[in-house]
Design a protein around this ligand. Structure first.
Ligand code: AP5
Ligand code: MG
Ligand code: ZN
Length: 212
């Protein structure tokens, strides 16, 4: 199964991708996680990406496309995956199509997890993430068992730099600028499905499983 999850910042893409990857044995690929890791390590790509990621603007298409291309060039390339946060523009979607065609890996579905803007700030202001294993928690909706500590790997939890309210607003703006065209692109191919992301984590997950 090869899935793309589309949705607003803080819409639950990472949370649901993690659950799907465990249930269906899919590789979870998040371009946001890859970029943040590159920034943390200070690689050349990370240095270029940092001003975009921290200010909540999109990293240039060429750069993200190249990251994904490298991943699919490897001998251990993913064949079954859930992509979270890529493609995000029509240019990226077209580029990704050429990669998938070359590897004979047709997409199964592109799924929009729809969450109203009012809910987003609430979700992101309470988010805690584990940089080591990428698990995500929420102070109120999905707390870790010990405050500040990851249930899965025991590592320390952090708050993301781009979750400040002004940056969240910028990310939402960027999302709304690009998303209608992206949805049209997948709709035209008959690949688009939509689920409401407004319920709790298990309800949203059940909605996803139902359409799969
Ligand atoms: P990225 O990392 O992709 O961030 P994003 O799209 O803004 O999405 P988030 O990771 O913030 O949210 P999410 O949907 O994963 O939600 P989560 O599951 O954590 O991108 C970051 C940056 O990298 C971009 O701004 C850009 O600069 C760059 N970038 C990345 N990809 C790019 C690309 N393709 N092109 C160009 N630039 C790119 O959930 C959020 C919180 O809510 C958590 O605390 C969670 O526990 C909680 N929660 C989840 N579901 C529920 C629920 N149902 N009810 C209650 N709480 C919930
Ligand atoms: Mg995420
Ligand atoms: Zn962890």
């Amino acid at each position: 199964m090869r899935l793309i999850l589309i949705g607003p910042p803080g819409g639950g893409k990472g949370t649901q991708a993690k659950l799907l990857s465990q249930e269906y044995n899919l590789r979870h690929i998040s371009t946001g996680d890859i970029l943040r890791e590159a920034v943390r390590l200070g690689t050349p790509a990370g240095k270029k990406a940092q001003p975009f990621v921290t200010s909540g603007r999109l990293v240039p298409d060429d750069m993200v496309n190249e990251i994904v291309n490298e991943l699919f060039k490897r001998a251990d390339r993913p064949t079954d995956f859930v992509l979270d946060g890529y493609p995000r523009t029509v240019a990226q979607a077209k580029y990704f199509d050429t990669i998938l065609k070359k590897r004979k890996l047709p997409l199964t579905k592109a799924i929009l997890i729809d969450v109203p803007d009012e809910e987003i700030v609430r979700r992101l202001s309470g988010r805690w993430s584990c940089p080591a294993c990428k698990a995500t928690y929420h102070a109120e909706f999905n707390p870790s068992k010990t405050a500040g500590k990851c249930d899965a790997c025991g590592g320390p939890l952090i708050q993301r730099e781009d979750d400040k309210e002004a940056t969240v607003r910028r990310r939402l703006e960027v999302y709304h600028q690009n998303n209608a065209d992206l949805l049209d692109y997948f709709r035209a191919q008959g690949l688009l499905r939509e689920v409401s992301g407004a319920g709790d984590i298990q309800t949203v997950y059940a909605n996803l499983v139902r359409i799969l």
